[in-house]
Design a protein around this ligand. Structure first.
Ligand SMILES: C[S@@+](CC[C@H](N)C(=O)[O-])C[C@H]1O[C@@H](n2cnc3c(N)ncnc32)[C@H](O)[C@@H]1O
Length: 363
């Protein structure tokens, strides 16, 4: 069928209407384009389709540099110019904040270099490629130009995770890895075991730490919570800022990440690392809170408990605009003030965006 598509929706698709009124989620299009599509799946209310021909192209359309783009499900927007990608991501954030968060956001998505070769961690399916979009089919790929380690590691297992950062590489096969990497961030170093969590964009740690410290302004003697703390990235910098008269409690569910976090903060004995799922009951009163949950967000219960803790300031780092908007609504309803909401393109060529919300409690 031939469609003229509207704006972008979740998953990096564009939304259109079929002649019978059903919604069509179109992959491979850009807003405003007229395209010929092939229907992949059909339901009573919506269809999924992929572009097979562009009949009227967006001004922001560019030639995707990767020959696997469109077959491999890894990237969403290689066919959009860098400027258009930033503007589409801002549209998605604005829409989620308005619809789910019920407040207006008119910010910009800030670009971050590099926009190719930025992925510090890539999960290779069967060690040879990536999954096709919304599929378990493996697309063999000889080179991934968004990954720092571009070449496939080879058929070592069903999931081969390659971490490549600061010139070092560590590989984990089906969840089991050996060795790791040592990564410099600002004036500190972090050890990350193979297969462990590390921010995906090579510039993300310094961008996010700088913004969180600027936003929270930790003072000597203050107490901090670092929730979903991974290998202790924020805990270490908060610990250095609050000094021996202050304290940091880092809470993280993965014991492997906690072992790294303990090593990464062993020069700061006032930083304590606790291996636990973040729930309302693990929260302790603190002057400052940083939370950086996975895509699902902190959730209503944890966010409501944080609202009641009333730290001096709270920094919420998020890679999902919808769950962040949902959790921000809880804080806003409890009388908190959103002092800033920044967005960065820490996932170039994909639909994803990283966000940092800074909030203060009611007086
Ligand atoms: C987005 S990462 C943030 C890590 C860290 N802040 C950083 O910047 O490197 C989210 C972390 O939350 C952890 N996690 C996931 N679910 C959790 C839960 N329910 N409770 C505690 N930690 C959790 C993951 O293991 C992961 O390390």
């Amino acid at each position: 069928m031939i469609l003229t598509v509207g704006g972008v929706g979740a998953g990096g698709i564009c939304v259109a209407r079929a002649e019978d009124g059903r919604v069509v989620f179109v992959r491979g299009a850009l807003p405003g384009e007229t395209v010929r599509v092939e229907v992949q799946s059909e339901g009573a209310r919506f269809l999924r389709a992929t572009v097979v021909e562009v009949l009227s192209a967006s001004e922001g359309r560019v030639e995707p540099p990767c020959r696997w783009f469109g077959t491999c499900g890894g990237c969403d927007w290689q066919h959009a110019s860098p400027a258009l990608q930033l503007s589409l991501k801002a549209d998605v954030v604005r829409e989620q904040m308005s619809r789910v968060g019920r407040f207006a956001w008119d910010g910009l998505v800030e670009p971050v270099e590099p926009s190719w070769g930025w992925r510090t961690r890539s999960q290779w399916a069967e060690g040879v490629g990536f999954h096709a979009h919304r599929s378990h089919d493996v697309v063999p790929v000889d080179r991934c130009i968004i990954s720092a380690a571009e070449e496939p590691p080879g058929p070592l297992g069903s999931v081969v995770e390659v971490m490549s950062v600061a010139g070092q590489t560590a590989v984990a096969v089906d969840g089991r890895g050996s060795g790791g990497v040592r990564v410099p961030v600002l004036d500190r170093r972090f050890e990350v075991a193979a297969g462990g969590f590390w921010q995906v964009h090579s510039a993300a740690p310094s961008v996010l730490v700088t913004a969180v410290l600027e936003g929270l302004q930790p003072q000597p003697g203050e107490s901090c919570l670092d929730l979903y703390s991974g290998v202790g990235l924020f805990a270490a910098f908060l610990g250095a800022a609050v000094g021996p008269t202050g304290s940091v409690l880092a809470v993280e569910a993965s014991s492997r990440a906690c072992a790294d976090a303990a090593r990464n903060t062993d020069d700061l004995p006032w930083v304590r690392v606790r291996t636990a799922a973040v729930t309302a009951s693990v929260l302790k009163p603190a002057d400052l809170v940083v939370l950086d949950p996975p895509r699902a967000g902190a959730g209503l219960e944890v966010t409501a408990a944080l609202a009641r803790l009333r730290p001096r300031a709270l920094a919420y780092v998020s890679c999902d605009a919808a769950t962040l908007a949902r959790d921000l609504r809880v804080l806003l309803d409890a009388g908190w003030t959103l002092t800033s909401l920044r967005a960065w393109d820490l996932y170039p060529q994909t639909e994803h965006v990283e966000l940092l919300a800074l909030l203060t409690p009611p007086t």
